[in-house]
Design a protein around this ligand. Structure first.
Ligand SMILES: [Zn+2]
Length: 418
């Protein structure tokens, strides 16, 4: 974890050791009145004594979907939304935790994505410190300052804060449900499509770009791609390398002052699909990202292979956007993007060969990514997640208008494909 020690400024420490048995003593270093959040699955990993010593909330287990590789138990618990399954952290959950934790001076997350997001956002709103005990290498949000929260049926990213410390129990992380680990791998390996999109925006529009978050994970990415099969065997060394990569990826977002280094077109498509289907429960974040990463990788390759692209105006009607997403917020974004067109056309005309060769330098091929996902039984096509293919294609075509971020999704709409 040498990189982390060098670049951590806001979080005091990331420690790796057997922590589950010592969690109370660890927490006491940071506060006296501790409020701990876990879920039904992660609470089983705790030493029972701690629950007698600290205030706590055990949230119903994350609903688990049967899947080929999943080795956990099936559960159909609901969380604050009685009529539908909901695996995302909701604002109601955050408010409940805020009320219960009023008298505490330290909040503690013992779990993965949902537990962490609830704790991060609730502690931020209450102005309290929190520490994080990740229980799976399932996402890159442990070391990011943003929290993903479900509000009125929409998942939104809120600015929050970093934990005072992150403690990793190596046994817990290595033995986490395989599906969670593989989801984390997909959320990390989208680095390739993310970097291509972010660099494209920089080269075409002069937006800020920082290569450091990618440089910091380059070696780890090489090892993970080479030894990806070890993830399926829950090999402790390789799962911990993934965890390290995810933590650095989270910090990359702090360095980039936004999610730019970890979330571009592939995340936009996944969010757009969630918005259209209102389905946040039936697959894991990283599984959606695996599918959308393959879509983006193919799209980027196709566009980059055009030698002299001919640009055309965006002709999309705003009605399409509102009909598809049921949201008028995006009209403004579409209009802004239509205004950028002339500038983009000019630069493409003059600079395309240079731009495409710079972007190609850091690209993983769609074929390579697909092979790795296939090897690990990670879903990579919309039908693998039971997404309607026709609806998926329609959403992919309109996704560019859902965010003011410029990606290959924008180019797809304004380049003539021969
Ligand atoms: Zn992600």
């Amino acid at each position: 974890m040498r990189y982390l020690k060098q670049i951590l400024q806001h979080t005091e420490q990331v420690l790796i050791r057997e922590v589950a048995d010592n969690i109370y003593e660890i927490c006491r270093q940071y506060g006296n009145d501790i409020f701990l959040i876990a879920d039904e699955n992660t609470a089983k990993l705790l030493n029972k004594n701690i629950l007698n010593k600290v205030s706590h909330l055990i949230i119903p287990a994350t609903p688990v979907i049967p899947a080929r590789d999943y080795d956990g138990s099936q559960c159909h618990a609901t969380w604050m939304t009685p009529n539908r399954l909901n695996r995302a952290a909701s604002l109601q959950a955050v408010n409940l935790v805020r009320n219960k934790a009023k008298d505490s001076d330290l909040m503690v997350a013992f779990g993965s994505g949902t537990v962490n997001d609830i704790c991060k956002y609730a502690s931020y709103l209450e102005g309290k410190d929190y520490i994080s005990f990740p229980t799976a290498a399932s996402m890159n949000g442990y070391s990011s300052a943003n929290a993903s929260i479900l509000v009125d049926g929409y998942k939104k990213s809120f600015g929050a804060h970093l934990p005072k410390a992150i403690y990793i129990d190596t046994d817990i992380i290595a033995n986490a449900p395989l599906r969670l680990t593989l989801s984390g791998f997909a959320d990390f390996i989208c680095r390739s499509t993310v970097q291509a999109d972010w660099l494209l925006s920089h080269l075409l529009l002069g937006t800020e770009y920082n290569e450091l978050p990618f440089k910091l994970v380059r070696n780890l990415e090489e090892i993970l791609l080479r030894e990806h099969l070890a993830l399926a065997k829950k090999d402790k060394r390789v799962v911990l390398l993934l965890m390290e990569a995810l933590l650095i990826s989270g910090l990359g977002m702090v360095m980039s002052k936004g999610s730019y280094s970890a979330s571009q077109g592939e995340h936009m498509i996944a969010h757009a699909i969630e918005m259209v289907t209102q389905d946040y429960s039936s697959s894991l974040h990283g599984e959606k990202i695996a599918v959308t990463t393959i879509t983006m990788a193919n799209l980027q390759e196709e566009i980059l292979s055009i030698r002299n692209p001919i640009t055309k105006p965006i002709t999309l009607d705003v009605k399409h956007i509102t009909q598809c997403f049921g949201n008028t917020e995006f009209i403004k974004i579409l209009k802004q993007k239509q205004m950028m067109q002339q500038k983009i056309q000019e630069i493409i005309c003059k600079e395309w060969s240079n731009i495409s060769s710079l972007i190609k330098q850091n690209l993983l091929s769609a074929k390579h990514l697909q092979k790795v996902f296939e090897d690990l039984s990670i879903p990579y096509l919309p039908e693998h997640l039971n997404w309607n293919k026709e609806q998926y294609c329609k959403v992919v075509n309109l996704t560019f208008a859902t965010r003011d971020r410029f990606t290959f999704l924008d180019l797809a709409g304004c380049i003539e494909k021969s």
